[in-house]
Write a protein that binds this ligand. Structure first.
Ligand SMILES: C[S@@+](CC[C@H](N)C(=O)[O-])C[C@H]1O[C@@H](n2cnc3c(N)ncnc32)[C@H](O)[C@@H]1O
Length: 384
């Protein structure tokens, strides 16, 4: 790789992102200024395979400047895991969208949660200045590698090794807190560490639906923080907030008893915005789809729902040739009935998209999701 080939690739990426809706010149300039390849490890995972820089420098450089996330770590770095994706360099267009939303001004105090490769921290240094930027990472190897990458690119923000869910009190208050890991529960400590008029932005999701972005601002008096959902972004989870890993269908055992009914609700119906709303209402429920004969997109498939805490599961089989679909339910929670009730509520509410929903966070971390404004919390479903 020659310096000119990386500079040309870097320029192409900046030009492409500058054309993206709402990306201000300052963000495009930051992307233009930071050589992304300096933050890409020698070994990245692409299309289910590892790509070594030494084996194919051209493909590696192309990947470094493509608008795609690059997986950099599996299984928290353990060699014996199941292939769970635990770190990546985020997709440039999503990073640009988040930075545009954040409206960082020079001299703003910034905390980034989830340093990963350090690329986004370098962009924040460009926008706010390195003296006002701190970033925190829970993984010791990634923390060390990011520090070195930042130094090699000429940046020296405060790099902290620790649990970002606690924020970083020594540097507070922050004008902006940006998390680059998804949470199911926004920690109140983040809101506490915001300056007056500050903003926190984080990927957010439920076990059922990952994910969206949410930005919260402290309410007057600082006794709560609230804001709306937007965007479409599935980030990797904060380590301690991961939904249970593994296939839901593997928890369906032959010795389990179940009830069997039928429904007219087509199993592919609760996707997209419906699944976002269902996720808000169905606490801790994870869903997977298993395609018949392993053919994604086929009209024969089974949707599985599972609650890991009670062991309850439901399965729901689609077959386009029928008008009613068989449903099986096992365990103390009747998960399909809960899903049906959530879907009915969403339909009656006019099938709102996720940007009509928002979240209020209270001290102690209680989260209250609402529709249209904080005075309209979404109902809690009775457990079937
Ligand atoms: C999508 S990656 C971050 C991408 C990064 N900002 C970049 O520019 O490359 C998410 C990171 O969050 C880290 N992480 C997970 N849980 C964490 C926690 N509780 N505190 C801090 N970092 C955490 C992961 O180790 C991972 O590196």
């Amino acid at each position: 790789m020659t310096p000119s080939s990386s500079a040309a690739a870097q320029e192409r990426l900046a030009v492409r992102l500058a054309q993206q809706d709402k990306v201000p010149a300052a963000v495009a300039d930051a992307i233009r200024a930071v050589p992304r390849h300096l933050f890409v490890p020698e070994r990245i995972r692409l299309g289910g395979r590892w790509l070594e820089r030494s084996a194919d420098p051209r493909a590696w450089l192309e990947a470094a400047y493509a608008d795609q996330p690059l997986i950099t770590q599996l299984d928290d770095g353990r060699p014996d895991g199941t292939g769970y994706i635990s770190s990546s360099i985020s997709k440039p267009s999503i990073v640009a969208e988040m930075l545009a939303y954040l409206q960082v001004g020079e001299g703003d105090r910034i905390l980034e949660i989830g340093t990963g490769s350090g690329w986004n921290a370098a962009l924040l240094c460009e926008l706010a200045g390195e003296d006002d930027t701190a970033t925190i990472e829970i993984d010791p190897d990634l923390h060390t590698r990011a520090r070195a990458a930042l130094a090699s690119a000429g940046y020296a923000p405060e790099t902290v090794f620790g649990d970002g869910l606690k924020g970083h009190p020594p540097g507070a208050p922050y004008d902006r807190i940006i998390s680059t890991m998804a949470v199911q529960h926004v920690p109140w400590t983040w809101a506490e560490q915001l300056a007056e008029g500050g903003m926190l932005l984080t990927p957010w999701g439920t076990a059922y639906h990952n994910g969206v972005l949410v930005s919260l601002r402290p309410d007057p008096g600082g006794h709560s923080a609230s804001g709306r959902f937007f965007g479409d972004a599935a980030f990797m989870w904060a380590r301690s907030q991961r939904p249970p890993h593994g296939a839901v269908e593997d928890r369906v055992l032959p010795e389990h008893d179940y009830t069997e009914t039928t429904t007219r609700l087509y199993p592919a119906e609760p996707l997209g915005d419906a699944s976002f709303a269902i996720g808000l209402m169905l606490e801790d429920v994870k869903e997977t789809i298993v395609w018949e004969d392993d053919v994604p997109g086929s009209d024969r498939f089974t949707v599985y729902l599972m609650d890991p805490h009670t062991g309850s599961w439901a399965s729901w089989h689609a077959d386009a040739s029928r008008s009613r679909y068989p449903v099986r339910q096992h365990g103390p929670r009747l998960l399909f009935e809960e899903l049906e009730a959530a879907h009915a509520w969403w339909t009656e509410a006019g099938r709102p998209d996720h940007t009509r929903f928002g979240l209020t966070l209270a001290p102690g971390g209680e989260q209250v999701p609402w529709l249209d404004d904080p005075n309209h919390p979404i109902p809690t479903l009775p457990r079937a």
